[in-house]
Write a protein that binds this ligand. Structure first.
Ligand code: HEM
Ligand SMILES: N[C@@H](CC(=O)c1ccccc1NC=O)C(=O)O
Length: 278
């Protein structure tokens, strides 16, 4: 058999194949480019350093990437909540699986920031106060939507804009993922009037996966969201201890010991308790 010729061997792609002069697929308006679609001029102009410390760009970039993912997580969790109210359990699970993958990235990403040494961080740390991750509105929104509503955080925020305060107040009013899950139990004729009812219903679903497989898998997906959130808190605090030891935080808290006090937070305690009774 004749050897298969490489059609591109030794050839340079002609210019007309790189930039066709005529409109191609979907190019009618020819309005968008990579940069305009993604708003790169704006995005890449948002890293404004307070000092000339080398590592400050990394510090800002990491936080901005976190906030972009937080925005995406809120988008997915809102849709997952609606899917549960609509009893579209496959869609809720699909979205929660995406949430889990993003959350794994958020944990993994801590390692990038940890390549910064404490002494390099100290070159610009003092300039950050009183700013702190404590003031991340989207982080608190994620906690509220997930089920850990705590109005006390609104009072502890410094200098919330009106829009941010409105967003947090709305999150305090609207249903949580747990409320939506309880609605799913009811839709599937499982009692959910009290915590005791819910626990009993969870046991029924756990032991009858033929009958309640979708409900069980959804409970497990919420459990994974809870576990990964706890994982991020644990990863964050070990990084904090490595970076600043027992120093107080720029946000005015006791620092690592405040963060340690939040490690036991669980969004869905009934799902965790269930394990003891299976
Ligand atoms: C050098 C790296 C970091 C250090 C030393 C650090 C330190 C701290 C400290 C001490 C606190 C307690 C509040 C206070 O400042 O008094 C805190 C809270 C917080 N930090 Fe960080 N942090 C770091 C990186 C990050 C990153 C990359 C994020 C990602 C968004 C983040 C998000 C948060 C959040 C959301 C809180 C509030 C936690 C809560 O109230 O449960 N931090 N951080
Ligand atoms: N709270 C940190 C400083 C810090 O990490 C930070 C400062 C400004 C904006 C976001 C931050 N990230 C997490 O707390 C500290 O006490 O060193």
């Amino acid at each position: 058999m004749a050897p298969h010729p490489d059609p591109y061997a030794g050839e340079v792609t002609p210019d007309h194949e790189i930039s066709p002069p005529s409109a191609h697929f979907g190019e009618d308006g020819a309005r968008l480019t990579y940069g305009t679609y993604l708003r790169l001029a704006e995005l890449l102009d948002q890293q404004r350093l307070e000092t000339d410390a080398h590592d400050e760009l990394l510090f800002i970039t990491i936080h901005q990437v976190y906030e972009l993912w937080f925005k995406q997580l809120l988008h997915e969790l809102e849709a997952a909540r609606q899917a549960m109210f609509d009893d579209r359990l496959w869609w809720a699970r699909h979205l929660l699986n995406r949430v889990h993958e993003i959350e794994r990235i958020l944990i993994e990403q801590v390692g990038v920031l940890e390549t910064m040494t404490p002494q390099d961080f100290l070159q610009f740390r003092a300039r950050l106060a009183p700013a702190s991750g404590f003031q991340s509105v989207q982080f608190r929104e994620l906690e509220f939507v997930s089920g850990a509503k705590d109005a006390a955080f609104l009072r502890r925020f410094r200098a919330l804009t009106e829009a941010e305060e409105e967003r947090l107040l709305r999150r305090l009013e609207e249903p949580t993922l747990w409320d939506a899950f309880v609605a799913v139990l009811r839709t599937h004729d499982l009692p959910a009037g009290t915590d005791a009812d819910i626990s009993a219903s969870l046991r029924i679903a756990a032991h009858d996966r033929g009958g309640y497989g979708d409900v069980w898998e959804l409970a497990e997906a919420l459990m994974t969201h809870d576990e990964l959130s706890a994982g991020w808190r644990a990863r964050h605090v070990t990084m904090v201890e490595r970076m600043i030891g027992t120093k107080t935080g720029t946000g005015g808290s006791s620092g690592a010991s405040y963060l340690r006090s939040r490690l036991d937070l669980r969004f869905y305690p009934l799902l965790w308790e269930l394990r003891s009774w299976l």
